[in-house]
Design a protein around this ligand. Structure first.
Ligand SMILES: Cc1ncc(COP(=O)(O)O)c(C=O)c1O
Length: 126
């Protein structure tokens, strides 16, 4: 899956950050859809590289508040805890955050035909 990070705490506007497509990442349709939906919801979306050390440090400072993986099969899988070579840490309070849940609800709503699809992403299969 592709990874997306949510920055911004308190009154700061939420901002999505996902690594750029430099050739080693799959240009996932879910990633692309969520960047579009985010902008539609007033959430700026930026493509920038992020190391695991930066992920850890930005969680520690409270700047990075949410993270999720995304792809067709899982839609959005919230990430609550990270464990790896850079250490072990919680993302936010370890539970799915509001931006993650909102994006998931919006995308599922379009997929299930419960919300308007202004992008013509859905197709009728007869
Ligand atoms: C390596 C990799 N990255 C990302 C994705 C997500 O892509 P999509 O959103 O098009 O399902 C997949 C899905 O199979 C994948 O295999």
């Amino acid at each position: 899956m592709n990874l997306v990070f949510v920055y911004g705490r308190g009154s700061a506007r939420a901002r999505l950050v996902t690594p750029p497509l430099t050739g080693t990442l799959l240009p996932g349709v879910t990633r692309d859809s969520l960047l579009t939906l985010g902008r539609e919801l007033g959430i700026d979306a930026e493509q920038a590289p992020i190391s695991t050390a930066q992920w850890r440090d930005d969680c520690a400072s409270g700047e990075l508040t949410e993270a999720f993986a995304c792809g067709t099969a899982a839609v959005i899988a919230p990430i609550g805890r990270v464990r790896g070579a850079a250490g072990e840490w919680l993302v936010g309070d370890g539970r799915p955050g509001p931006v993650t849940l909102r994006l998931r609800e919006e995308l599922l709503g379009i997929q299930h035909g419960l919300r308007p699809d202004p992008y013509a992403w859905t197709h009728k299969v007869c």
